[in-house]
Design a binder for this molecule. Structure first.
Ligand SMILES: O=c1ccn([C@H]2C[C@H](O)[C@@H](COP(=O)(O)OP(=O)(O)OP(=O)(O)O)O2)c(=O)[nH]1
Length: 277
């Protein structure tokens, strides 16, 4: 595969064969200059920049929604996703293809571009990427940050060109507007939080709170129950009723003896008082 060099890319750009349209003339400004680290024309690639940012699960007209993408910046939290549309619209000749790579400044911070792919010969339009933050810290995407490095390769012959990026007409209230078909079709299916980090964090926090409650309420309740049981065991061991039973027994014996004496006295009285004949 013959990957095109910086000089070849600039020559194609200047000849209007590789068309790179941006609203700030950034590429044109760098096409006549020597190589520099911050040039969009790199050794054998070009750097494409963030244009629009779509934030999943945002209402279409809200900032970040499909009708109203963010342009300035977006703080991408851990586990969160966004769809990015490049600032540049590119048009490839029909004998040149392209492959996109994630710039290492994103990859090293664990910000993953999920759909880096190939760009068809003859494609004309903006590129779209989905980014996920797999890192531990938030990552801020700003308009004009580099989102993709693209290399180009020349085919042996011309092919049927891919053609223009597609647009879809949608009703925005009483007005009809056109949005990129990629955004219309795929963006609504994106989850804002792809691994549900937020929900899982909430569940963990809830479990922690429940554990704390268990310690705060459950442990004293358990201690009280144990105290009651220990008291009952103590009573069973000491058997205080046995003493009372023996006291009652001796009282009954005393009463029985007393009753015996009384009967005998009555017998004697009867004998003494009996009239003699
Ligand atoms: O990460 C990427 C890769 C490609 N493209 C653009 C350029 C490419 O020429 C076009 C179509 O890409 P691909 O052929 O990979 O997508 P597909 O799903 O096969 O679309 P289609 O059925 O329209 O060919 O989308 C992007 O915007 N982002």
């Amino acid at each position: 595969m013959n990957v095109l060099s910086r000089d070849e890319l600039i020559a194609l750009f200047n000849a209007n064969e590789l068309i790179i349209e941006d609203s700030d003339g950034f590429f044109a400004q760098w096409a006549g200059q020597c190589y520099a680290w911050n040039s969009p024309f790199q050794q054998c690639s070009i750097d494409l920049r963030v244009g629009k940012i779509y934030v999943p699960e945002t209402q279409p007209n809200e900032l970040g929604g499909s009708y109203n993408p963010k342009l300035d910046e977006h703080v991408l939290d851990t586990g969160h996703t966004i769809m990015i549309r490049t600032k540049e619209k590119i048009t490839l000749p029909d004998d040149i293809g392209g492959i996109c790579f994630s710039p290492s400044r994103l990859a090293l911070k664990a910000v993953l571009i999920t759909n880096m792919g190939h760009v068809d010969p003859g494609y004309s339009g903006h590129l779209h990427f989905t980014a996920i933050n797999m890192g531990k810290e938030s990552f801020t995407f700003r308009g004009k940050d580099i989102v993709c490095s693209m290399i180009f390769f020349k085919l042996g012959n011309r092919v049927a060109p891919f053609g223009n990026e597609h647009f879809t007409t949608v009703n925005n209230g009483s007005v009809q507007i056109q949005i990129p078909t990629v955004v219309a079709n795929y963006f609504p299916k994106l989850a804002k939080d792809f691994v549900d980090v937020s929900k899982r964090a909430q569940a963990i926090a809830k479990a922690e709170i429940n554990d704390t409650k268990l310690w705060q309420i459950g442990v004293p309740a358990l201690a009280a129950a144990l105290a009651v049981i220990a008291g009952a065991v103590q009573v069973y061991i000491n058997k205080p009723w046995e003493r009372e039973i023996s006291q009652l027994k001796s009282k009954i014996e005393t009463l029985e003896t007393k009753q015996n004496y009384e009967s005998r006295i009555i017998e004697l009285e009867k004998k003494v008082l009996k009239p003699k004949r």
